[in-house]
Design a protein around this ligand. Structure first.
Ligand SMILES: Cc1cc2nc3c(=O)[nH]c(=O)nc-3n(C[C@H](O)[C@H](O)[C@H](O)COP(=O)(O)OP(=O)(O)OC[C@H]3O[C@@H](n4cnc5c(N)ncnc54)[C@H](O)[C@@H]3O)c2cc1C
Length: 399
């Protein structure tokens, strides 16, 4: 067992930490204004991050989920919103380039867009009615054949960085399909006629992801925009959970790391009047820091191991269980760590513009970010108990 980062991964982490330090100087302004961190996206583009996890066969750098995790934990320490939104790019592109359900011609097209032309992708699966609660998610958005392309109509929600990216991968129901599980993914360029994004993302945290809602009003895209079509979306979703959702875990781990580092700085820096030592010497402060450290290290180890398992074993039941375990652990750890950071920071730390205040708000989304905490637990238990997923009863009565 080797717990040492490879020299290559250590270099990647250090490079990302440098970028994160620059992102941190702008994080407060983007959070306050809920503005797209475009300068950060431009730097990430220029530094080659659009192709970090793209397979070498398609001209990318071929990092697996472990390299990705190390990188995004570091990036998330600077500006969590930048890392979370930018992650959407690989979350969409990697499944397309890895899946055997996608044709070689389509892969070539996507690789050319990303590696050849440096295009950045966002992704929009969610709609106002989307829920992880029961069964499958019926798509309201429709893609109808029209000439040499498709017309898309519908309302999507939570489209992170859609107005900053060059294309948004929109999930729609292909007209003419009969299965309720059918779906199509179409790359809709920014500025396409009939596509509009409402600035309605005014949230407690991850404000600069600008996860706005998008309306597609008979928006026409050419045939080449259709990069995936299936009668059953489930195999793609299950095979690439690592990119669709587990790739986000690292960002929240970064939020926990940043809150921990900020706390260490804070308790060393604060020496109350009348005392000869900073509050780091106080036994209760020491104890709280030790609990934070234990939480953080446990979550980090579980996350790194889950990524390593996925890279070395593929999307097995064990790997997926480890990814759910890591997402749950990070969600809980970041909630506790940012809460304790806020407590130890005291009233001095609760002002707008305080880094701890922002990390507390950004971190509060971790257990909510899909897969939500209870969903992770239920999936993990199915694996641990060796249950047959098909034999599990619905938790609520379907309509
Ligand atoms: C910061 C952020 C960025 C996002 N960016 C994007 C994006 O770029 N593109 C995109 O398509 N979507 C994005 N989403 C949307 C996301 O993927 C979900 O589709 C969206 O959050 C809708 O789900 P919900 O949490 O509102 O509702 P629900 O899924 O209904 O969940 C509500 C609550 O119900 C409970 N719950 C739900 N399911 C289960 C279950 N199976 N078992 C137990 N409890 C359960 C949980 O407590 C959960 O918090 C983003 C979300 C966030 C928070």
């Amino acid at each position: 067992m080797d717990f040492q980062l490879s020299a290559e991964h250590a270099r990647l982490r250090d490079r990302c930490l440098e970028l994160a330090a620059a992102f941190a100087t702008r994080a407060q302004a983007h959070d306050r204004d809920a503005s797209h961190p475009n300068e950060n996206y431009d730097i990430l583009r220029a530094e080659g991050f659009l192709s970090l996890t793209i397979p070498r066969a398609w001209g990318g750098q071929g990092e697996g989920l472990l390299g990705h995790t190390i990188a995004y934990e570091a990036l998330g320490q600077g500006c969590p919103s930048t890392a979370l939104a930018f992650n959407m790019h690989c979350s969409i592109v990697n499944p397309l380039l890895d899946s055997s359900e996608v044709t070689e011609a389509t892969k070539r097209h996507v690789a050319d867009l990303v590696v050849g032309q440096g295009k950045m992708m966002s992704g929009n699966f969610s709609e106002p009615s989307t829920t992880s609660l029961i069964g499958e998610r019926p798509l309201g958005t429709r893609a109808v054949r029209d000439g040499d392309g498709y017309r898309i109509t519908g309302r999507k929600m939570f489209a992170s960085m859609a107005e900053a990216a060059d294309y948004t991968g929109v999930l729609a129901y292909p007209e003419g399909a009969t299965s309720p599980l059918a779906a199509a993914l179409l790359l809709v360029p920014r500025g396409a006629t009939g596509r509009s994004v409402a600035s309605d993302w005014d949230t407690i945290g991850m404000r600069a992801t600008r996860s706005d809602s998008m309306t597609l009003d008979s928006c026409w895209v050419p045939d080449s925009a259709m990069v995936f079509r299936t009668d059953d979306i489930r195999p793609l979703r299950f095979a690439y959970g690592s990119w669709f959702w587990a790739s986000y875990t690292a960002v929240y781990l970064g939020v926990a790391s940043a809150a921990y580092a900020e706390t260490i700085k804070l308790v060393h820096g604060r020496q109350p009047a009348g005392y000869a030592q900073p509050i780091a010497y106080h036994p209760d402060i020491r104890r709280q820091v030790a609990i934070m450290n234990t939480d953080l290290e446990a979550a980090r180890l579980a996350t790194y191991r889950s990524a390593w398992l996925l890279d070395t074993h593929g999307p097995t039941a064990e790997s997926n269980a480890a990814l759910y375990r890591a997402k749950y652990m990070v969600g809980e750890a970041v909630s506790r760590i940012t809460r304790t950071a806020l407590t130890l920071g005291g009233a001095h730390g609760i002002f707008k513009g305080s880094r701890i205040e922002q990390l507390f708000r950004d971190g509060s989304l971790a257990p909510i970010q899909p897969p939500q905490a209870d969903f992770c637990l239920s999936q993990l238990a199915i694996f641990e108990l060796g249950l047959d997923p098909a034999a599990i009863l619905p938790t609520m009565r379907p309509a």
